[in-house]
Design a binder for this molecule. Structure first.
Ligand code: IPE
Ligand code: IPE
Ligand code: MG
Length: 264
């Protein structure tokens, strides 16, 4: 996607000592970057604050990462906000998260308008509290005409549930006689996932040091590059994203084949 050179330079003015815009190749920015936004609770606890304060601080980071991704010309930014397993947390924390999702979404609509970003939700939105659902529906409608970056928010998302759902949808078509079992291939399957119209993530960033996928995009990460940083999500910023992209650009992506140098 196109980017505005002046806005990009301004955004990355005053770099820290270890990284700057010059360290990355702007022609090889991943098309789809995905973030597992983890560590909000620990960030808060380490400061003597309630876990929910970490979630509030995490929203500020997401805002910065959205703008940063737009500046870099990323096509799709996805973010894991709430998993199907996160319902197992204390009711107060779940309620606060649902409230924050609704509030943030309204508060951030001007940002999405300004940045011309479209929104998609990955996950079963129908199971969310009515107010959160209504706000999401309003946001989807308001941003429907935007043509810029896609912001895909995974809310009440679980990859196993997503895969089971895709199988169910295909089975229903077979039962109805509109699909032949022989026609179920990788493409048909991917077409029934929440991410049907999105490219697979090229880079998955997980904050807070956890080396696991926690039921996130299991199908779609088949050949994604993973980058894990110890930084807690509320401390993750534009420079953190740049470091992740630098690491990505230094990887040798082989997709099961041989690297360019080995082929020669
Ligand atoms: C990620 O931060 C946000 C959500 C899962 C909603 P956590 O709340 O998981 O924070 P930690 O991992 O407990 O520190
Ligand atoms: C993954 O983080 C889910 C989100 C970031 C929304 P968790 O904190 O829920 O994952 P686990 O429990 O550490 O695996
Ligand atoms: Mg966590």
């Amino acid at each position: 996607m196109e980017f505005d050179e002046t806005k990009l330079r301004d955004h990355f003015a005053e770099p820290p000592s270890d990284i700057s815009l010059a360290d990355i190749d702007l022609a090889r920015i991943p098309r789809h970057i995905s973030c597992i936004m983890d560590g909000n609770g620990r960030w808060a606890t380490s400061r003597g604050l309630a876990r929910t304060e970490g979630h509030k601080a995490g929203i500020v980071s997401l805002r910065e990462i959205i703008t940063t991704a737009v500046r870099l010309g990323v096509d799709v930014l996805s973010a894991y906000a709430f998993s199907t397993e996160n319902w197992n947390r204390p009711q107060y924390e779940v309620d606060t998260l649902m409230y924050l999702f609704a509030k943030t979404f309204i508060d951030e609509l001007p940002l999405l308008h300004r940045e011309n970003a479209r929104v998609e939700f990955l996950g079963d939105i129908s199971a969310l509290p009515t107010r959160t659902r209504d706000v999401f529906a309003r946001g989807l409608e308001e941003c429907a005409d935007h043509t810029g970056m896609v912001l895909a928010l995974a809310v009440n998302y679980g990859a196993r549930a997503e895969i089971a759902r895709a199988a169910r949808l295909l089975a229903q078509e077979v039962a109805a006689g509109s699909l032949a079992p022989e026609d179920i291939d990788e493409r048909a399957f991917a077409g029934k996932l929440y991410t049907a119209d999105l490219p697979d993530p090229e880079l998955v960033v997980r904050t807070s040091g956890e080396m696991r996928v926690s039921n996130y995009l299991l199908w779609q990460v088949a050949y994604s590059e993973f980058y894990v940083t110890d930084t807690y999500w509320p401390d993750f910023d534009r420079w953190g994203l740049l470091r992740a992209i630098r690491a990505f650009q230094n990887r040798d992506r082989r997709f099961g084949g041989l690297s360019q140098s080995a082929k020669a």
